[in-house]
Write a protein that binds this ligand. Structure first.
Ligand SMILES: Cc1cc2nc3c(=O)[nH]c(=O)nc-3n(C[C@H](O)[C@H](O)[C@H](O)COP(=O)(O)OP(=O)(O)OC[C@H]3O[C@@H](n4cnc5c(N)ncnc54)[C@H](O)[C@@H]3O)c2cc1C
Length: 367
């Protein structure tokens, strides 16, 4: 059988692409080297936009599978500020449960799936799986940060790239907040996502690949205190967190999607959201036969999270900048709300600067 589209990689991006392509009437095969349900180091927070994108793909998520959160909070131990999403709640969901659910939807939509596939390579007219040819008119590389499809398609040229490292672990404890909490420290950030009535996911992200969760926690006494006595409900799992933008994301017969197509720092919590939006845009572009449209949407979707990550990570470089910025934000919660609006695309940078720059600047200088 010849598929219209063969997708290498059945993570969130590949599965979302399969659903979007089925909505456009394409015959689709998904091939992954792992076997479901697939887990991955992740903060497990789905932003309101991610939930909306999934809903458009026919996947409805609610509190029966996760734990809703209403916004984001920042804290450095002395100052705390929080803001609510302007566009609904987010949802914390265990990564393997999300994967399980997406697989069910994909199979119900009539997608052919091949799990545990070894030696998956791009070849003339499709994919090769351990020497067996799988014919397809179009191939999608949704095979993650280290994408082999990207390399063999010659789409590896990078515009910019920065690496950090993320480690996650789950704790059996009732969430103490209905916000995703971000704790700022001297060598990285913790973020805490509530994912069930009695479970939370904690992630530490740092430039230091050797700094593991337990050692990092020593530098966050407030958080350590909150976790005291709580059992772990998973092992520590790590992954790179890469901000990467590529020169090209498609060529004749091949396109990249999700982390394979470029990625944003994990601190944004936007990785899956981007993948879901890209999936929709790609399916429409393939249907209309104009992949330039896909590249244009791809660039637009990632512009705001990239800008937001750069803004947040300037605070990482200098402890004094971090302290002053958080103290000033704590004085001006309306600015933090405006930043969240900007993050979810409901405000512009120009509007934010014109309303808040002077006041924030004065607070920052005197903090
Ligand atoms: C520490 C950390 C925390 C994060 N927190 C969040 C968060 O809270 N919210 C959020 O939205 N995003 C978060 N992200 C980002 C998010 O995890 C990624 O953006 C998302 O996983 C991208 O999905 P993907 O399908 O592109 O890639 P992946 O999830 O990596 O999936 C790729 C798939 O391809 C398969 N594969 C790989 N190589 C091959 C091959 N050669 N052949 C066949 N199959 C192959 C793999 O088995 C895998 O199933 C976080 C990332 C990190 C590192």
């Amino acid at each position: 059988m010849v598929s219209d589209v063969c997708i290498a990689g059945g993570g969130p991006a590949g599965l979302a692409a399969a659903l979007a392509l089925r909505q456009q009437g394409f015959a689709v095969t998904v091939v992954d080297c792992a076997v479901p349900p697939i887990d991955k180091a992740c903060g497990e927070g789905l932003m309101p936009d991610s939930l909306a994108a999934l809903r458009r793909l026919g996947v409805e998520l609610d509190s029966s599978i996760g734990y809703p959160f209403r916004g984001i909070s920042f804290s450095d131990g002395s100052s705390t500020v929080r803001g609510e999403f302007p566009n609904g709640s987010g949802l914390g969901v265990r990564r393997f449960q999300l994967h399980e659910l997406l697989v069910k939807h994909v199979e119900a939509a009539g997608v052919q799936t091949i799990w545990g596939a070894k030696n998956v390579h791009l070849c003339e007219g499709g994919l090769s799986i351990q020497g067996t040819h799988l014919a397809a008119r179009f191939v999608v590389g949704a095979d993650g940060l280290k994408s082999a499809i990207r390399a063999s398609a010659g789409l590896d040229a990078v515009k910019s790239e920065k690496r950090r490292y993320g480690f996650r672990r789950h704790y059996r404890v009732a969430p103490w907040s209905d916000y995703v909490e971000l704790y700022w420290g001297p060598r990285g950030q913790f973020y805490i996502t509530p994912i069930a009535k009695s479970e939370i996911c904690i992630v530490f992200i740092s430039r230091d690949s050797k700094l593991r969760l337990d050692a990092a926690l020593e530098e966050f006494p407030l958080l350590r205190q909150k976790l005291a006595g709580a059992d772990h409900s998973s092992h520590e799992m790590g992954s790179m967190s890469i901000s990467r933008s590529l020169r090209r994301i498609y060529k004749d017969g091949v396109a990249l999607l999700g982390d394979a197509s470029g990625s944003v720092d994990a601190i944004t919590g936007e990785g899956m959201c981007l993948a879901f939006k890209q999936a929709e845009a790609f399916a429409h572009a393939l249907r209309s036969g104009d992949l330039k449209q896909y590249a244009a949407h791809h660039k637009k979707f990632s512009a705001k999270p990239r800008r937001m990550a750069s803004l947040m990570l300037t605070m990482e470089w200098h402890g004094e900048i971090q302290r002053r910025a958080l103290a000033s934000l704590a004085k001006r919660p309306e600015l933090f709300d405006a930043l969240l609006k900007l993050h979810v695309g409901e405000a512009t940078m120009a509007g934010l600067l014109s309303r808040h720059l002077v006041g924030f600047g004065l607070d920052f200088l005197t903090a």
